[in-house]
Design a protein around this ligand. Structure first.
Ligand code: PNS
Length: 164
């Protein structure tokens, strides 16, 4: 059975992430969405909230072969624990490439776990979690860019709070 890991912070998950996860789910038998727990990073949503949002989105998209887990430490150690031999990442534009290439080469060197890149679908190529949060902080509408529970959560936590 082929298992792929789609890693990230997912603070919060966007339609761009979901596009990559759902397409990975058509290529591999099982996809594990792996949420990095990083206490050094300030986040809007707790790990449990991010897991719940991703699980709700995966259920709505009827992605029966997608599981959502969190991890701490090195991604390649998590991949080994899960018996996953491939990491799947989306590439939005050339600006992603240098950073992603270095991580892919490091992960391959450390462990032999390979990285497969999927080209982000053009309608989501401008999307990032940080841009989404900025738009909501300043009162913008992101409901066409994120799943509904994420839009609601962002509204409650960030909307009209440009001081945050
Ligand atoms: O969504 P992000 O924040 O761009 O995701 C980055 C992530 C989680 C994929 C990356 O930071 C990561 O893999 N972190 C785990 C620690 C690790 O393995 N670092 C070495 C990477 S070569």
């Amino acid at each position: 059975m082929s298992t792929a890991v789609c890693p990230g912070s997912f603070d919060p998950v966007t339609n761009g992430h979901l596009d990559i996860v759902s397409r990975a789910a058509t290529v591999y038998d099982q996809v594990i969405v792996a949420i990095l727990v990083n206490p050094a990073k300030s986040v809007v949503f707790s790990v449990d909230e991010r897991i719940a949002m991703l699980e709700a989105a995966a259920a709505r998209l009827q992605l029966g072969n997608v599981a959502v887990l969190s991890f701490e430490g090195l991604l390649v150690d998590f991949c080994r624990e899960q018996d996953a031999r491939v990491i799947v990442k989306g590439l939005r534009a050339a600006t992603d490439f240098d950073y992603e290439l270095a991580m892919a080469q490091m992960n391959s060197t450390l462990s032999g776990v390979e990285t497969a890149f999927l080209a982000t679908s053009p309608q989501w190529s401008f999307l990032s979690s940080s841009l989404i949060k900025e738009v909501v902080r300043f009162g913008g509408d992101v409901s066409s860019l994120v799943p509904p529970e994420v839009a609601d959560g962002l509204q409650q936590r960030l909307a009209h709070r440009a001081d945050h």
